[in-house]
Design a protein. Structure first.
Length: 341
């Protein structure tokens, strides 16, 4: 049979103080003199007393726990972001309850309902925005929520990379090298991230007085990039391609190599994400770097800010800047495509 756990009253008797004094020491209050505090702490140590954190949480109305809903567990970027969310939460004294879901709005709604009924102080949602637009998804008004993704509508606290800005950097880089056209391998149509990147690419071309070529839609995979790359490889007018992620770029480069199109001598390729493998592509990939660590850190900071000072009308958006990492997959277009007059 397990022995009875020592209680607050047991500590009070051992230290010859009131239970109120023990409570003050256990909760870190400062209105206890040093000698008394030391005596109470010694009694706690001798008895093996541990404060009942669940009871303290109920009393304080704070559980020091954060729920995270995600459907991205296979994504490089989201794994990096989740890692930072866990570390930043831990540094702030919070634990994480992770709820992986299927990519449906019903899955999001059910996960939010489950977490709302559990002992969490706030929720971070990392799913595609279109999953939050379903009629059955109701966000609770009494639990702060931060969404990691732009394009999720108004009235929400949002954190994401500057997806459109990153696409502009990639497209402008290729134009500055002298390419007369930049093709685009896009992500899936339902992806908000893909839409932002396509928008930035198209806007940059139009601002330069160029009509964007037809968008080629993929599914984030290297196999999808390879499939579209086989078609692009046969077009001699294609000298520059911006791929919506590094995996699409990888498949594209393989297809170009197989068709005898040299990268970057004949075709320049830019990716997006700066995955750990991108410096080891052949050639090493020029790509847009997202600061996934800062995204996770900002998501936690925004949630904690809501916990400390609840905003009755949330709707703040934090865009984390992206940057271009130039490697050896981009160069000026081949001289044969220059139009000399």
């Amino acid at each position: 049979m397990n022995a009875r756990r020592p209680s607050l009253a047991d500590v009070a008797r051992r230290a010859a103080v009131s239970t109120q004094t023990v409570s003050r020491v256990a909760n870190g209050r400062t209105n206890v003199d040093a000698a008394t505090r030391e005596r109470v702490q010694q009694a706690m140590a001798e008895l093996g007393y541990r404060p009942n954190r669940a009871a303290r949480a109920l009393k304080a109305g704070r559980f020091h726990a954060i729920g995270v809903i995600t459907s991205y567990l296979t994504s490089f970027g989201m794994m990096r972001t989740l890692d930072e969310i866990v570390q930043a939460a831990s540094a702030a004294g919070y634990s994480i309850t992770l709820l992986p879901i299927t990519a449906t709005s019903g899955g999001v709604s059910g996960a939010i309902d489950r977490l709302s009924e559990q002992a969490v102080d706030g929720i971070i949602v990392t799913v595609e925005p279109h999953l939050l637009e379903g009629a059955e998804v109701t966000l609770p008004g009494d639990v702060p929520i931060v969404v990691v993704n732009t394009g999720a509508g108004t009235g929400l606290n949002l954190v994401d990379s500057d997806q459109e800005g990153g696409a502009r950097l990639a497209t402008r880089h290729l134009l500055d090298l002298g390419h007369a056209a930049v093709w685009h391998l896009a992500g899936p149509g339902e992806s908000a991230s893909a839409a932002h990147r396509t928008r930035g690419w198209a806007a940059t071309l139009r601002e330069a007085g160029l009509e964007p070529p037809p968008v080629l839609t993929g599914d984030w995979t290297a196999e999808s990039g390879y499939r579209h790359g086989r078609g692009l490889a046969g077009r001699r007018d294609v000298t520059a391609v911006f791929a919506a992620n590094d995996q699409l770029a990888l498949g594209l480069i393989q297809a170009l190599h197989e068709a005898g199109r040299a990268v970057p001598d004949e075709v320049s390729v830019v990716g997006f994400d700066d995955t750990p493998e991108s410096p080891y592509f052949w050639p090493p990939l020029t790509t847009v770097r997202q600061d996934f660590t800062e995204i996770g850190r900002t998501a936690i900071a925004l949630l904690l800010q809501q916990l400390e000072a609840p905003d009755p009308a949330p709707g703040r958006e934090r865009l984390i800047p992206t940057s271009l990492v130039v490697r050896q997959s981009t160069a000026a277009p081949p001289r044969s495509v220059f139009h000399v007059t």
